[in-house]
Write a protein that binds this ligand. Structure first.
Ligand SMILES: Nc1ncnc2c1ncn2[C@@H]1O[C@H](COP(=O)(O)OP(=O)(O)OP(=O)(O)O)[C@@H](O)[C@H]1O
Ligand SMILES: [Mg+2]
Length: 303
């Protein structure tokens, strides 16, 4: 279990993480979603006992990250943003090194098991320097899992790897969530939606929303998006007419028509205005906002 309470980090005067609170439970994958500079890595470094918080607290499996950082490290598997590699070690040597460092009993069996798990068994004698980026990421995962930690923290594990491996890593994370508490960061909303049971959205160090992907979608969608197609009016005239309606926030051309974002349900007004202007309304239907739209909207508003 991860419990975060008003966790805060300042770098000098810069507030990188600002009073964030959330929890992650065993058997749950929680996604930390935010754009560049949001504070994801800083949060994870505090949770893994690598950096003290400026204020607030966090507990990992019941241990305080500041007061019991050794206990915390024993219980956390951490895949950092940049995996430290020792290029002249073999894959097996590297994972064995971490196993011993963490005091794993029967390291040999454990290393074999974890290499099997991340599908690196056939590369066990390959030098780390010769691994592709994707394989290196799997090696990082092996390092994070070798001591069989109850809590796993993964900092943007799919960055910079090819699409096939992205799919594999996402599956591996989902799989981990069955038996571990997993905190996983990403700046890709669709990835958070696919992989996580719950998403914590941060921007500029602050939590701006959290919940399951479904609840986020319903709670955060303010107003309505409509697809409107008009016959008889040119693109410009059509857009102008729609923009003039009260409550309409934006009008963008799409296909043969427009997507209208509005604060309120303006379907009646749209129908009235179009017919009164002497045009014909060919189509008027609500379009589901994707979580991506909602996310961009939220992050944009924070600026
Ligand atoms: N060691 C540091 N010293 C000073 N400022 C830092 C340091 N590390 C991070 N920052 C600043 O703190 C803020 C949060 O950075 P952080 O790396 O936690 O964000 P992030 O969400 O991980 O971003 P990214 O998606 O780019 O990895 C940024 O404004 C960053 O410039
Ligand atoms: Mg980061």
């Amino acid at each position: 279990m991860i419990e975060v309470h008003k966790l805060t980090k300042r770098y000098g005067y810069h507030l990188a993480v600002d009073q964030i609170s959330f929890e992650a439970h065993p058997g749950e994958v929680v996604g930390l979603l935010g754009p560049n500079g949001a504070g994801k890595t800083t949060t994870m470094r505090m949770l893994t006992g690598f950096m003290p918080p400026s204020e607030g607290s966090a507990r990992i499996a019941g241990f305080d990250v500041l007061a019991d950082s050794l206990e915390v490290r024993r219980r956390v598997g951490y895949l950092p943003e940049r995996v430290p590699v020792y290029p002249d070690m073999t894959v097996k040597g590297y994972v064995t090194f971490w196993a011993k460092l963490r005091g794993v009993e029967k390291p040999r069996a454990r290393v074999d098991a974890v290499l099997e798990r991340v599908h690196l068994t056939d590369r066990r004698n390959t030098l780390v320097r010769n691994l592709s980026k994707g394989l290196r990421q799997r090696l990082g995962l092996a390092q994070a899992l070798v001591h069989d930690p109850p809590i796993v923290i993964l900092d943007e594990p799919t960055i910079g790897i090819d699409p096939q491996q992205v799919i594999e890593v996402r599956e591996a994370v989902r799989d981990l969530g069955k038996h571990h508490t997993v905190l996983f960061s990403t700046h890709i909303l669709s990835e958070a939606e696919q992989v996580c049971d719950r998403v914590v959205i941060i921007n500029r160090g602050k939590i701006i929303a959290q919940g399951t992907p479904d609840t986020l979608r319903t709670q955060l969608q303010h107003g309505l998006s409509l697809y409107v197609e008009i016959a008889g009016a040119g693109k410009e005239a059509g857009a102008k007419l729609l923009k003039a309606l009260t409550g309409v926030e934006s009008v963008t051309a799409q296909g043969n028509g427009f997507v209208v974002r509005a604060r309120t349900d303006v379907r009646g007004e749209v129908a009235d205005r179009v017919t009164r202007a002497g045009y014909r309304l060919l189509e008027l239907r609500p379009v589901a906002m994707t979580l991506e739209d909602i996310f961009l909207d939220l992050v944009g508003r924070g600026k």
